[in-house]
Design a protein around this ligand. Structure first.
Ligand code: DOR
Length: 394
């Protein structure tokens, strides 16, 4: 299959120019101006072509909670949001602790065939907080382990898990939360565990990825760790940079102005590796009963484009770096850049289009969002996976 995308503003972490991209057999084969090919053409004049987005932090809820989301609805939601690769969390039922469950997810994602899926394994078996023997039975293709919202409370267990992860070249992804402190102070709870997990990363040399950093103090610890050369990366969620003093239930909570300003400054200064949506769909009833989380994969680009590029004026290339290039690098895949030889996983966006977010239009089963009615710039117009259209409103 050949495809020529013409007259697009081509943006990735390292470039920004108007030109054409020629795709053959799912791979970017030529780039330049005035390319001429005898094949299907998309005229993208007035639109921006980016590498599609990669989300390191996603809940698709299958198996177990398919009333909230399933791999099919989640895949369509991701494609609508401009994403073609997601890293799924393990808080399913059963918990993703065995290759049987992990392979079920991967096979289902392949059957749906819309986007690439990596399934995380839990750090402890079935989130029991103690047993890590299942880690020895994981296939090498499992690149990331995470305990999600449970974190691992026992520091010795976490230490041993990091030793194992280092030996097998895996990343330990940390939702930093000391549960004994959560009811006292959620900031202290996040900060304490961020600090502990960094200390364990330093001691073991294991690669650690800190999820949804939301406080100034946690980000300061991470910056300090990076300066010392500790093997730590981090992500920030769109809602933690776009909202302040808002009690919409999400974990970690929406923070204060000072935190938001510091997170944005840290993005500008190059300390933040990735935007992770923490896409957490829930039913209306579960939400009413207090389930924390935001269905965020369909609004992430517009929210980040509006908040960061339009208002705060980071470059469009910087946004592409944290939404595509760096997450691809962390996942170890040849994606996230518009470059000859790379996968033609791409997204066309209309940066001039202003629209009002309305969860009724979500492909996700989860309509839970604090952004309903918010006016944003930057609509995803078309998403391509290996050169094939997986979402289009064109
Ligand atoms: O708000 C959240 N919801 N934070 C998490 O860490 C988990 C997630 C969920 O699974 O619903």
């Amino acid at each position: 299959m050949e495809l020529l995308i013409k007259n697009a503003k081509i943006v990735d972490w390292s470039q920004n120019f108007i030109g054409d991209v020629y795709i053959n057999e799912g791979i970017i084969c030529e780039m330049g101006k005035n390319l001429k090919k005898d094949c299907k053409i998309i005229d993208a004049e007035g639109l921006t072509l980016l590498p599609s987005f990669i989300d390191l932090h996603v809940h698709f809820r299958e198996p177990g909670f398919t009333n909230k989301e399933d791999i099919e609805s989640g895949s369509y939601a991701a494609a609508k949001g401009g994403y073609t690769m997601v890293n799924l969390m393990a808080n399913t039922k059963p918990v993703c602790s065995s290759m049987d469950t992990i392979n079920y997810v991967l096979n289902r994602a392949k059957e749906v065939g819309i986007i690439d899926v990596h399934q995380v394994s839990s750090i402890t078996n079935n989130f029991d907080g103690k047993d890590i023997s299942h880690l020895d039975r994981l296939d090498p293709s499992v690149k990331i382990i995470s305990e999600d919202g449970n974190d691992v409370m026992d520091s010795k267990v976490m230490l041993e898990a990091m030793v194992k992860a280092k030996e097998s070249g895996r990343i330990v992804m940390c939702h930093c939360e000391e549960h004994l402190l959560s009811n006292i102070d959620t900031r202290l709870s996040e900060n304490t565990m961020t600090w502990r997990n960094i200390a364990l990363a330093e001691f073991t040399g294991c690669a650690v990825h800190i999820a949804h950093v939301s406080t100034k103090e946690s980000m300061e610890y991470i910056i300090e760790a990076k300066k010392k050369g500790i093997n730590v990366t981090c992500e920030v969620a769109p809602h933690h940079i776009a909202l302040v003093d808002n009690d919409y239930r999400v974990n970690p909570p929406i923070r204060e102005k000072e935190d938001v300003e510091f997170l944005i400054k840290s993005i500008k200064d190059g300390w933040v590796d990735a935007i992770g949506t923490d896409h957490a769909p829930h039913t209306a009833e579960d939400k009413k009963n207090g389930s924390p989380g935001i269905s965020g994969i369909e609004t992430a680009f517009s929210v980040c484009y509006t908040k960061l590029v339009k208002e705060e004026k980071i470059s469009f290339s910087k946004l592409s770096e944290i939404m595509s290039r760096n997450p691809a690098y962390i996942m170890g895949v040849k994606k996230g850049q518009i470059k000859i030889g790379y996968d033609a996983d791409l997204v066309l966006v209309d940066t001039e289009r202003k629209y009002e977010i309305c969860s009724d239009t979500f492909k996700s089963k989860g309509k839970n969002t604090p952004f309903n009615g918010t006016k944003v710039y930057g609509a995803v117009v078309r998403t391509l996976k290996s050169g094939n259209t997986v979402f289009s409103e064109m």
